[in-house]
Design a protein around this ligand. Structure first.
Ligand code: HEM
Length: 198
C-alpha cells in the first residue's frame, strides 16, 4: 500500500514536471521577447523608409513630390516642358502673395529662383524686394520633353517673402510651366491644387 502510494506520487511528480516544462516552452514560443538586436534592425528600417517616403500629387500635367523633416520642405517637381516649371505656395488670390519657386534647365545647368507674387498676375525675385533666395539643394534635369527640378526650402526661413510652413498643414498650391528657359515669360499651362498634409 505504502509502496503503491510512493510510486503514484513519483509518477504524478514526473507528469507534472513534464507538463510545466511543456507549458513553459509554449509560452516562450508564443510571445518571444524582442532582443536588443531585433530592436536595432527595426529602427534602421524605419530610418531607411523615411529617406524614400515622398508624398505625391498629380495635378493635370504637373507632378509634385514632397516630404518634410524638422527644418525643410523637400520638393521634386516635373512638367512636360523644355522651358520653365514652377510651384507657388499659398497665394491669397490668383498669383498674389504666393511663395514661388521657378526653375529651368538650359545647357545642362539648372536655374532655380525664389520669387514672390507681388500682384495677382505677376511675380518678382525675393532679392529684388529686399528678401533672400532661400532655396537650397537646387538640382534638375531635362529629358524626353520633361523638365524636373528638385530643391528644399526652410519651413521658416524668416524671410517675409516666404511662407511659414507647418508639417501636416493644408496649403493651396499653384503650378505653371512655360516654353522658354527664363523666369519672365507667360505660362503655357497653369493649374491649382490643395495639399492636405504637407
Ligand atoms: C512668368 C511670369 C508669369 C506671368 C507673366 C503670369 C501672368 C499671369 C496672368 C496675366 C494671369 C491672368 C490671366 C490668366 O489666367 O492667364 C495669370 C494667372 C495665373 N497664373 Fe500666372 N503668370 C506668371 C507666372 C506664374 C507662375 C510661376 C505660376 C505658378 C507657379 C502662375 C500661376 C497662375 C495661376 C494659377 C493663374 C490663374 C489664377 C486664377 O485664375 O485664380 N503664374 N498669370
Amino acid at each position: 500500500m505504502i509502496k503503491r502510494s510512493v510510486a503514484l506520487l513519483l509518477g504524478m511528480g514526473l507528469f507534472l514536471g513534464c507538463a510545466s516544462k511543456t507549458k513553459g516552452q509554449e509560452e516562450i514560443e508564443q510571445s518571444p521577447e524582442p532582443t536588443s538586436q531585433d530592436i536595432t534592425v527595426e529602427e534602421d528600417s524605419v530610418e531607411e523608409s523615411l529617406e524614400v517616403l515622398y508624398n505625391k500629387l498629380a495635378a493635370g500635367d504637373f507632378t509634385m513630390e514632397w516630404m518634410t523633416d524638422n527644418e525643410y520642405l523637400h520638393v521634386k517637381l516635373s512638367a512636360p516642358t523644355t522651358g520653365w516649371v514652377a510651384l507657388g505656395i499659398a497665394p491669397s488670390s490668383m498669383m498674389k502673395d504666393a511663395d514661388f519657386i521657378m526653375g529651368y534647365v538650359k545647357g545642362g545647368e539648372v536655374y532655380v529662383s525664389d520669387e514672390y507674387g507681388n500682384s495677382a498676375t505677376s511675380h518678382t525675385p525675393d532679392t529684388d524686394l529686399g528678401g533672400k533666395d532661400n532655396i537650397l539643394d537646387k538640382a534638375g534635369s531635362e529629358a524626353d520633353g520633361v523638365t524636373r527640378i528638385s530643391f528644399k526650402i526652410p519651413l521658416n526661413s524668416g524671410d517675409s517673402y516666404d511662407k511659414i510652413l507647418e508639417p501636416g498643414g493644408t496649403y493651396k498650391v499653384i503650378f505653371a510651366y512655360g516654353s522658354s528657359d527664363d523666369f519672365t515669360s507667360y505660362h503655357k499651362k497653369k493649374t491649382s491644387a490643395e495639399i492636405e498634409a504637407l
